[in-house]
Design a protein around this ligand. Structure first.
Ligand SMILES: Cc1cc2nc3c(=O)[nH]c(=O)nc-3n(C[C@H](O)[C@H](O)[C@H](O)COP(=O)(O)O)c2cc1C
Length: 180
């Protein structure tokens, strides 16, 4: 069977440090991953071994061919406060956001792990944007324990610890359910 195409959109927060693990886990689960980082995620990717994984940054030029096949699924790990709100509002002013807006609009199965501290999550846009994404069919996965009932903010100073304990199979389980 041909592997299914998975876009892994990576935003600028500590859980971005687990991208290489996500790529390996994706392959082990029958996905063909493409990594699509935001600009803010790049420092976290710099010291990770992504092997021959295709990492797609920035917009292509008009004369360049498309760089990715259409996705069978999308994982947003981690999803920052900034990307959450921009995506929910339909902002498409970066390649990562254009990809996310298009996959939402085309009903591509998507799972996202929001990652923001209490101060950011206390802003009213946090709950409003999560509600918009859930309404649109995105599975929100709590980065602490994989729960889909609620997404808890990350306590200040615990970002790296939560990133270390994060299990990619929470994401793949959510995506598999959507494929059925
Ligand atoms: C060390 C560091 C840790 C950060 N952690 C978070 C975080 O956990 N959640 C978050 O929403 N933003 C965090 N930020 C801020 C985002 O990187 C910033 O808002 C950025 O503009 C997000 O861009 P993006 O959504 O395009 O990735 C962090 C920034 C730095 C430098």
């Amino acid at each position: 069977m041909t592997n299914r195409t998975l876009y892994i959109v990576v935003c600028g927060a500590p859980l971005a440090s687990r991208t290489a693990d996500g790529v390996k886990a994706a392959r082990a689960n029958g996905w063909d991953p493409y990594v699509i980082p935001t600009e803010a995620a790049l420092p976290w990717l710099a010291d990770q071994d992504l092997g021959d994984t295709r990492v797609i940054t920035g917009n292509r030029t008009p004369d360049q061919p498309k760089r990715t096949p259409p996705p069978d699924a999308v994982a947003v790990v981690p999803m920052t406060f900034n990307t959450l709100n921009a995506w929910a509002n339909g902002n498409a002013n970066t390649y990562a956001l254009t990809t996310l807006c298009a996959s939402l609009g085309s009903h591509t199965p998507t799972a996202a792990a929001p990652f923001a501290k209490h101060d950011l999550a206390g802003h009213p846009a946090w709950l409003a944007s999560l509600a918009v994404l859930r309404y649109a069919g995105v599975t929100i996965v709590d980065p602490h324990d994989g729960s889909r009932a609620a997404a808890e903010p990350v306590a200040s100073g615990t970002g790296n610890e939560i990133a270390s304990a994060f299990r990619w199979d929470w994401i793949f389980a959510a995506l598999e359910e959507k494929q059925i």
